[in-house]
Design a protein around this ligand. Structure first.
Ligand code: FE2
Length: 332
């Protein structure tokens, strides 16, 4: 004999009709869900903002804001856009469904609600929500780990955050699609996550590394790629992690790629990485001015290390940028 399935999750029910509200609430509570009921759109928006809602069941016809408008508001905010929304409508018209799809609804049900249909959709949408929450958690863990590397070395404080912003700004200037810009933002945070595997006496050594130590340090690109590889949502971040120390003349690591073989996103991030390292203080050097940093990087472009056209874009970004908080940083 099977034990009954235990359902977890908090469901928001918004309906101005009291009888319908109670019906839905009883149905969902009996299944084990926690139900939060509201009678109008304003209260619904308040609950979405204040409570931890896993799914919203919204009546379309309510005094303003309507179910469509609440759905649109939920789907337009980064913090709430992953909450699944079911719209309830008495009118089974195509126009309503199209408007619902435009507002980002995940599903529709016609009133009067069929109990079995409602429960089946609630179960499946909540399962999906659980997966996205887990994914979200995994990304948060990776970002926290990356920040923990930064925390080991006071000279790298704020480095990842600045890198993330610089790289994304260059991506925007180059007109890169949103998925690559997301990868650049994530790459800025986690590109050095492989340093978790580098012993501290090497990671924090205040002077030049010996050839053996350098070999171990260089492993951070491969180690980082291995750490992030299981996350599907990080597939565009992997080339950044692996190749952010390649050089155009083939003298970089780990694969000695040349020129355009180096992924564009990695070429963007490495420019931001070098610039931030040059313009921030380290144990054995003072922070350089913006002009001094760009003069050095121009020389390195001539030497065949960096992509000159990306450096041009980056320079334009830096000159049009708010002064970045003076921190200290390093890149190896
Ligand atoms: Fe690195």
């Amino acid at each position: 004999m099977f034990a009954p399935e235990i359902h977890e999750g908090t469901i928001l029910v918004a309906d101005d009709n009291e009888a319908d509200r109670e019906l839905l609430s009883n149905l969902l509570s009996t299944e084990g869900y926690e139900v939060v009921c509201v009678a109008d759109g304003q209260q619904a928006l308040g609950k979405v903002a204040s409570d931890s809602i896993d799914l919203a069941v919204l009546d379309v016809v309510m005094p303003r804001p309507t179910g469509f408008e609440i759905c649109q508001a939920i789907k337009s905010k980064a913090e709430t856009r992953l909450i699944p929304v079911i719209l309830l409508t008495a009118l089974n018209s195509d126009a309503d469904r199209i408007r619902g799809i435009m507002s980002g609804a995940d599903d529709f049900l016609s009133k009067p609600v069929n109990k079995h249909e409602l429960l089946a959709r609630v179960h499946s949408l909540l399962r999906l929500k659980q997966f996205t929450d887990e994914l979200d958690n995994a990304e948060t863990v990776l970002s926290s780990l990356a920040v923990s590397i930064e925390a080991k070395d006071p000279y790298t404080e704020g480095h990842c955050d600045r890198l993330s912003k610089y790289s994304d700004a260059v991506g925007e200037k180059l007109g890169l699609p949103e998925d690559l810009r997301v990868a650049l933002r994530r790459g800025g945070l986690v590109h050095d996550i492989g340093k978790l595997g580098v012993p501290e006496h090497i990671l924090l050594k205040p002077g030049p590394l010996t050839p053996e130590e350098r070999k171990i340090m260089e492993q951070h690109t491969l180690m980082g790629e291995r750490i992030c590889a299981p996350l599907r949502s990080f597939r565009n971040v992997l080339p950044i992690i692996r190749h952010h120390h390649e050089k155009r003349d083939g003298s970089g690591y780990p694969d000695r790629l040349r020129g355009e073989q180096i992924p564009l996103t990695a070429r963007i991030l490495q420019i931001a990485d070098i610039y931030d390292a040059l313009t921030t203080e380290r144990p054995y050097k003072k922070a350089l001015s913006t002009q001094e940093a760009f003069a050095i990087m121009r020389e390195e472009v001539k030497r065949g290390w960096w992509d000159g056209s990306i450096l041009d874009e980056f320079e334009a970004v830096v000159h049009g940028y708010e002064p970045v908080q003076p921190g200290r940083s390093g890149t190896q």
